[in-house]
Design a protein around this ligand. Structure first.
Ligand SMILES: Cc1cc2nc3c(=O)[nH]c(=O)nc-3n(C[C@H](O)[C@H](O)[C@H](O)COP(=O)(O)OP(=O)(O)OC[C@H]3O[C@@H](n4cnc5c(N)ncnc54)[C@H](O)[C@@H]3O)c2cc1C
Length: 446
């Protein structure tokens, strides 16, 4: 049987390798780390989560990313089942201990009898054999150049920013308190998964002034400036309006100050647990491109963080992705070279879960092809199908931008499914329909 080669053992490449190997196809996984690093990855482990430690909502009845979790679990996805084993309390979200998670994914892949690992950077697009390219938003420069030469189209590059991580012991708990927004969660641990730092109006105004005045890292390399939707740097949000943060990551709703229940905070900074030990917390939504010195000074203005020590400060990064609607066919293959499939963030999906989901699909499709069959994508009524249909044709190519999974990508519901009902019922209608379609898709492969 032919071998499947996969470039990149990130969220997508790891899942693709697992799926193909589980289907009985031999896999060589080519990963450049630890020999060649990226600015965001810290280890040589596979499936490293470079920023937030959250896979976002785990609600598979009313949330599109929660539905994607469900589909990946149903398909025996390595990423999701490993995440479940290393989950941390996060009040309705699926957050994980990132180091334990990556170590477990790495161990599972290295132990698989059909998978071998080649520690090397691939610098050119291969001309023959079966390949999946899952090199992510930080695809190495040489390979990006080679992709550009072959596709003949400009791949877009834009900046994104990562949030800082604080040592928990340096947070002043006589000021901050533990509580998940609206006390969400089934256990006491989940209901107290976040640490909250309250601000008065004066403190908030001073904080905004400092953010606006802080020294920022400038754009360079002539790249287009831009960010993931929903991942804007805080100083960019502050530039959009002094109230923007108070209605975004610093909104004070659903929280009661345990030290002073009668006083409503004007704004609240939330920190979310970042490891199983509970020794590290990331500041939620605080991606930034402020210079390091400025970050320390500005973040220590937050009540409770005056003495904070930072395990990692925020930073900026480049995001490389294809114009998939013009370049890829419905099998995620490059139209110009059908032996090459793409998967993950480089295809223009956005997020850990979406990237892993595209890896799952590409791995199954490639395995089917090697075995002489063809596997169609699941229907657009499913979360996975809605994403792949979007990137390989549904999206407008001219204005194509990376996309998170969301119900807006799903075909409308008919009335019998609750198409005319309120939002919550409609979401349930979407997820019920998706589960039926996805289950049938899996059954067809059995
Ligand atoms: C700094 C940063 C912060 C992000 N924050 C979030 C977040 O908070 N939440 C979220 O959901 N998503 C986030 N993303 C977006 C995205 O979901 C992740 O990048 C995700 O890891 C993408 O998965 P992937 O498998 O496509 O790429 P990756 O996980 O990056 O995997 C790609 C792999 O390919 C390897 N590689 C690259 N080039 C080569 C080559 N030429 N040869 C061999 N190997 C190569 C890399 O070393 C890497 O291991 C962030 C991205 C970045 C860069």
């Amino acid at each position: 049987m032919d071998t499947l080669h996969i470039i990149g053992a990130g969220l997508a490449g790891s899942e693709a390798a697992w799926q193909a190997a589980q289907a009985g196809v031999p896999v060589v996984l080519h990963e450049m780390r630890p020999r060649v690093g990226t600015f965001a990855h810290r280890s040589g482990d596979f499936a490293e989560m470079v920023c937030s430690n959250s896979f976002r909502s785990d609600d598979d009845e009313r949330n599109a990313v929660g539905l994607l979790h469900w589909e990946m679990r149903a398909a025996g996805g390595l990423i999701m089942t490993t995440a479940d084993r290393h989950a941390l309390p996060a009040g309705g979200a699926l957050a994980v201990d990132r180091e334990a998670f990556s170590a477990a994914v790495t161990a599972a892949l290295r132990a698989h009898p059909l998978i071998s690992v080649s520690e090397e950077e691939i610098t050119e697009l291969p001309t023959d054999g079966h390949w999946i390219i899952a090199t992510g938003p930080l695809t190495s420069g040489a390979l990006a150049e080679s992709i550009r030469a072959v596709t003949g189209a400009d791949s877009l590059a834009f900046f994104d920013a990562i949030a800082p991580i604080v040592h928990a012991e340096t947070i002043d708990m006589s000021v901050a308190w533990r509580q998940s927004r609206y006390d969400k969660g089934e256990t006491e641990e989940e209901r107290t998964a976040y640490i909250n730092c309250p601000m008065t109006k004066d403190q908030y105004e001073a904080f905004i002034d400092a953010l606006l005045a802080a020294e920022k890292t400038e754009f360079h390399e002539g790249e287009t400036a831009g960010y993931f939707d929903g991942c804007l740097p805080i100083e960019v949000m502050a530039e959009r309006g002094r109230e923007t943060l108070r209605h975004g990551p610093m909104k004070p709703v659903g929280l009661t100050n345990a030290h002073d229940p009668a006083t409503k905070a004007y704004a609240v900074v939330q920190l979310r647990r970042d490891n199983a030990l509970g020794t590290l917390y990331n500041i939620v939504g605080f991606q930034t491109k402020m210079k390091y010195g400025a970050q320390t000074a500005v973040f220590r203005m937050i009540p409770g963080l005056e003495q904070a020590s930072f395990a990692r400060l925020g930073g900026i990064h480049r995001n490389t992705f294809l114009n998939s609607p013009t370049l890829l066919d419905d099998q995620m293959r490059l139209r110009a070279r059908a032996n090459l499939r793409f998967a993950g963030q480089v295809t223009g999906v956005e997020g850990y879960v979406e990237s892993a989901a595209m890896g799952l699909l590409a791995g199954r499709m490639a395995a089917a092809e090697i075995k002489g069959a063809s596997l169609p994508a699941p229907g657009p009524e499913t979360a996975m199908g809605s994403l792949v249909h979007h990137i390989t044709g549904g999206a407008v190519a001219k204005t194509f931008q990376p996309m998170n999974v969301n119900f807006g990508l799903f075909p409308p519901l008919d009335d019998a499914r609750g198409g005319r009902r309120g939002r919550k019922d409609r979401y349930k209608g979407y997820t019920d329909r998706a589960k039926e379609v996805f289950t049938a898709w899996l059954a067809d492969q059995a």
